[in-house]
Design a protein around this ligand. Structure first.
Ligand code: ADP
Ligand code: MG
Length: 261
């Protein structure tokens, strides 16, 4: 059985893709079999995993339209040691193409179910909107990981996200839960960041991951080389933080590192 996690926040630029790629690589480093599904038409997770998105056909788009199976679409991230379902701009049309189809919310879930036994973890990198792609991710997910920056407006958009998760819970996926809030791009010298971090902890208690991802330029540089940070600079603070997050993820899932599910 694989643990299926959606990485979501409808704000753009909050570290979803960075978290998806680097958590995938760090879980793989700990011996886990990982599939990363890129659900953003921007294809940043695809490229960050070292896969050329132009040549990356078929993609999650064809999977959603039942034109291809996950087995035929998945590719290997060589530097990341995990599998990827790629995405590209074609996916931007999925919303319209899916709207009149049967089971339009459940297509990703059905597709992922076919390969569930091949993986210990399936991560989904969601787009920066609460659209049909995100709903497909929530319908398939056991839990949601929400990355957030500790900024003044950080909590503001969370209500919409939490409401969407609630609706999916009622209508499509009664088992879904918020796995946790992950503080990213954290600057410990900023008083505001500390205050917002405290506020997040008050609000969400132990739903907040103990691991904090610091702002680290190596994390921003690695994708331009098509590498997860572990393959780019494994000693940097960012790489260590994502290894810590992978360890925390295994602890939360009740797995000992080195063991597979
Ligand atoms: P999203 O997927 O939510 O839009 P990204 O993961 O693409 O966000 O991150 C937005 C930008 O911030 C990217 O340029 C990324 O490289 C950079 N970034 C993300 N996390 C960090 C971090 N911890 N330190 C420094 N830069 C980061
Ligand atoms: Mg992204």
């Amino acid at each position: 059985m694989s643990r299926i996690l959606a990485i979501a926040n409808q704000k753009g630029g909050v570290g979803k893709t960075t978290t998806a790629v680097n958590l995938a690589a760090s879980l793989a480093e700990l011996g886990q079999r990982v599939l990363l599904a890129d659900l953003d038409p921007q294809g940043n997770a695809t490229m960050g995993a070292g896969i050329e998105k132009r040549s990356a056909l078929p993609t999650v788009y064809q999977i959603l339209l039942n034109q291809v199976s996950v087995r035929d679409a998945r590719m290997r991230s060589e530097p990341g040691h995990f599998d990827v379902i790629p995405a590209n701009r074609e996916l931007a049309g999925a919303e319209i193409d899916l709207v009149n189809l049967e089971q339009r919310d459940l297509r990703l879930k059905a597709a992922l179910a076919q390969v569930a036994d091949d993986y210990d973890f399936i991560l989904m990198d969601c787009p920066p909107t609460l659209n049909l792609l995100t709903v497909n991710a929530f319908a398939a997910a056991e839990a949601v990981l929400i990355p957030m920056q500790c900024e003044y407006y950080a909590l503001e958009g969370l209500t919409d996200l939490v409401n969407t998760i609630k609706k999916v819970k009622q209508r499509l996926n009664p088992g879904i839960r918020i796995e946790g809030l992950l503080r990213v791009m954290f600057d410990p010298r900023s008083t505001l960041a500390q205050q917002v971090s405290d506020q997040i902890k008050q609000h969400f208690g132990d739903k907040v991951y103990d691991t904090v991802i610091p702002r680290n330029v190596r994390l921003a540089e690695a994708p331009s080389h098509g590498l997860p940070v572990l393959a780019y600079d494994r000693q940097c603070k960012g790489a260590k933080a994502y290894m810590e997050l992978a360890e925390e993820t295994l602890r939360r899932a009740g797995i000992t590192a080195g063991e597979t599910a």
